[in-house]
Ligand binder design. Structure first.
Ligand code: NDP
Length: 312
């Protein structure tokens, strides 16, 4: 017989752990599957200075560890593993885990978040998969480029944050922005502009990542003058946004054109008993605190749903 769960939570960022805290305190006995990156995107950041309650800031990994421990304190069952298949039209809902385990659930909270996007250049993929100097995480990989010259692609807050972090370690950082302006907040823009060893190249697109085993340069083009230039960098960091981790829900839930789960009301999806929290449904705010807030909403909606159905 498949194990039956009252409240299944898929994903372990701030949304998932907050949902677990609320669901366990409401006695929904939540089981949370952590997915491929336990703790989610925040485990790839350094200082988090904007999560309320930490006046001195906190590191991303520590914040996630604290949230996990808080969820465990109230009895949340936190497990490793990816969910690979779902049938939300069944009653109860049926879910398969990567090891082949089948589960049934009365309610499901999806908090699978989003993952970094890549440019899609052939050599970018090859060198990324060979760990040859292409990365989407300065905090994880910046150390390897100490006193070297690197490039960061993107004009959002993430790109600015990556560039500022790398500037502390590296001799020089190129920040490659494809338009004539950045999308990042003014504060972040001022920060990168004020750092001496960051050179911002506007109207600049990456044509190729060069190097056999490791990156030894990139070919860029100024899209106003069409001038092509080789930049001598040994590290290439891509910070151009994210893709929601919702592939497993295709055909089951309503997704928008970019793959984000469409919310109907509160945390509800188009399927009764299935709720969503965090970046899997949010392309606008994408903050740890908004993810945590929607995790709380999803747990409260699940609690009400189970109560109305007499399943709590
Ligand atoms: P964004 O979507 O905000 O920015 C993506 C950037 O990448 C844009 O400048 C975009 O350019 C550029 N881009 C996209 N595709 C390409 C491409 N193919 N080639 C070159 N450039 C490309 O993503 P972020 O990850 O920066 O931020 C996501 C959210 O997280 C935002 O809401 C942000 O504010 C937030 N955030 C907040 C932080 C903080 O408060 N400390 C830290 C990090 C993120 P274009 O503008 O031309 O489309």
């Amino acid at each position: 017989m498949a194990e039956h769960i009252k409240c299944l939570i898929i994903g372990s960022g701030p949304a998932g752990y907050t949902a677990a805290i609320y669901a366990s305190r409401a006695d929904l006995k939540p089981v949370l599957y952590q997915g491929g990156q336990p703790g989610g995107q925040l485990t790839e950041t350094t200082e988090v200075d904007n999560f309320p309650g930490y006046p001195e800031g906190i590191t991303g990994p520590k914040l996630m560890e604290d949230l996990e421990n808080q969820a465990k304190r109230f009895g949340s069952d936190i497990r490793f593993g990816m969910i690979t298949e779902v049938d939300f039209n069944a009653t109860p809902k049926v879910v398969k885990v990567e090891d082949g385990t089948e589960l049934t659930a009365d309610s499901v909270i999806i908090s699978t978040g989003a993952s970094a996007k890549w440019l899609g250049l052939e050599n970018e993929t090859r060198l990324r998969l060979n760990a040859g100097g292409v990365s989407a995480c300065a905090v994880c990989d910046g150390f390897f480029y100490r006193n070297q010259t690197v490039a960061v692609v993107g004009g959002g807050d993430t790109a600015c944050e990556e560039a500022s972090y790398l500037a502390k370690l590296c001799e020089k950082v190129y920040l490659l922005v494809r338009k004539g302006e950045m999308r990042a907040s003014k504060a972040m823009q001022h920060r990168v502009e004020s750092i001496e060893n960051i050179e911002i190249l506007y109207h600049t697109e990456t044509l190729d990542v060069l190097g056999e085993e490791v990156v030894d340069g990139i070919l860029v083009k100024n899209n106003q003058t069409n001038e092509e230039t080789k930049l001598d960098v040994t590290g290439f960091f891509v910070a151009i946004g994210h893709k929601p981790n919702t592939d497993v829900f295709k055909g089951q839930l309503t997704l928008d054109e970019e793959g984000y789960i469409v919310k109907e009301d509160g945390a509800k999806t188009n399927i009764e008993g299935v709720f969503v929290a965090g970046d899997a449904a949010d392309k606008e705010y994408r903050q740890a605190i908004t993810a945590a807030g929607t995790g709380c909403m999803a747990a409260l909606d699940a609690e009400r749903y189970l109560g109305d159905k007499g399943l709590n």
